[in-house]
Design a protein around this ligand. Structure first.
Ligand SMILES: Cc1cc2nc3c(=O)[nH]c(=O)nc-3n(C[C@H](O)[C@H](O)[C@H](O)COP(=O)(O)O)c2cc1C
Length: 357
């Protein structure tokens, strides 16, 4: 039996287990993965941040065809990019040797740096999935209210107490707190980046003391014991990304899956050379070679757009050392199980770790 608070959270989200499969942009969270997780009683999340409104609609239709259970759709919150021409040219020159090595034509200025965020948010309001989640920024209270009117629960991502308070103030239904252990991009949107890199064990209780909104813990959680620890510290659920990347339903390169399972505790680090925004991934040659320029690359989404075809060509050619292999600090603990088996295994491990819940 779950505690009153935990049971309330589970019934609010319509799920059987306090487990959320993280949204992972770039094709990892296929409709098949999302639906399998939701059908297994956890919350599947479809990452839509890099999709056009038309592709978002198609993806969500596929998820709906595969499950009648609640699921989440995730977007970034982005401001219009401001392009510095000189910075753009320098960034393109730095990337030229990689383009040449992969047989890519000389770089031209990308037609666009990212999808139109306002159009994506408008499409998501129309789609009105059971749950929507956001990272990289803060929605205004009016937009949060519109989602809630449409029947979507709203989750905001925070990496500090101040960010969690900001999401509470605009009316979020739950807050996903992301520890420094997490794979993929940092959601930090207020304050100093380095000071916002807080370990999950320190972050959960401090945010729990500061806000009255249910918390979802993310970062380095790989098994039921980790989920239990997050619940004991004050979270109502755990959001796992890397743990789901080795599932057959996850749409990532097979070489990336293999590397995850062989990653050591110190095998990942934060970098902004792929996208212009700090993200945690397995250390590769590309990361190491561009490390001296860590602070020089243009901000997200500009650098992300400049490296897009490099990353795609590298994947096609199986050049893992030039790919962004996002993964969290617990990567080496990942298991190769189907999504349904993984959810059940996590739930069983949680039941053993926290028998009285
Ligand atoms: C490959 C990958 C892609 C990610 N993309 C997103 C995303 O699109 N939106 C988002 O809110 N979080 C994204 N994240 C972060 C996750 O939501 C979550 O914070 C993280 O996976 C938790 O850490 P873990 O990977 O150690 O479980 C991504 C993480 C990974 C590993």
């Amino acid at each position: 039996m779950y505690s009153r608070y935990l049971s309330h959270f589970l019934s609010m989200f319509g799920i059987a287990h306090p487990i959320i499969q993280a949204p992972m942009a770039g094709g990892a969270t296929t409709p098949e993965l999302v639906a399998a997780v939701s059908n297994a009683g956890a919350l599947g999340s479809f990452a839509a941040a890099t999709l056009s409104p038309a592709a978002m609609i198609e993806g969500v239709q596929k998820v709906r065809a595969l499950t009648g259970r609640p699921f989440n759709v995730n977007l970034f919150v982005l401001a219009e990019p401001v392009v510095d021409q000189a910075g753009l040219a320098a960034a393109q020159a730095r990337l030229h040797p990689y383009r040449a090595a992969l047989g890519l034509a000389d770089a031209v200025r990308p037609a666009k740096f990212c999808e139109n965020n306002q159009a994506q948010i408008a499409a998501l309001l129309e789609l009105a999935p059971p749950v929507v989640s956001f990272t990289f920024g803060l929605l205004d209270a009016d937009t949060v209210a519109q989602f809630r009117q449409k029947g979507s629960l709203v989750i905001g991502t925070a990496t500090t107490v101040a960010e969690a308070r900001a999401w509470e103030a605009v009316g979020a239904d739950a807050i996903c707190i992301q520890g420094i252990e997490a794979g993929g991009h940092r959601g930090t949107f207020l304050g100093d980046f380095e000071q916002s890199g807080i370990g999950l064990m320190a972050l959960i209780p401090q945010v729990a003391r500061a806000v009255n909104v249910p918390l979802i813990a993310a970062g380095g959680i790989m098994d039921g014991k980790g989920i239990a620890a997050a619940l004991i510290l004050g979270a109502r659920a755990a959001q796992l990304g890397t743990a789901f990347l080795c599932c057959p339903e996850a749409g990532i390169h097979p070489g990336w899956k293999q590397r995850i399972a062989h990653t050591s505790d110190d095998g990942t680090r934060l970098t902004r050379v792929f996208s212009g925004k700090y993200a945690r991934g397995i250390v590769t040659d590309f990361m190491q070679q561009l490390r001296p320029f860590e602070q020089d690359v243009p901000p997200y989404p500009i650098q992300n757009a400049l490296t897009a075809d490099i990353r795609q060509a590298a994947a096609k050619q199986g050049q893992l050392e030039l790919m962004s292999l996002w993964a969290g600090q617990g990567a080496g603990l990942a298991r190769t199980l189907s999504a349904a088996q993984l959810v059940q295994t996590l739930a069983d491990e949680l039941a053993i770790a926290l028998p009285g819940r």
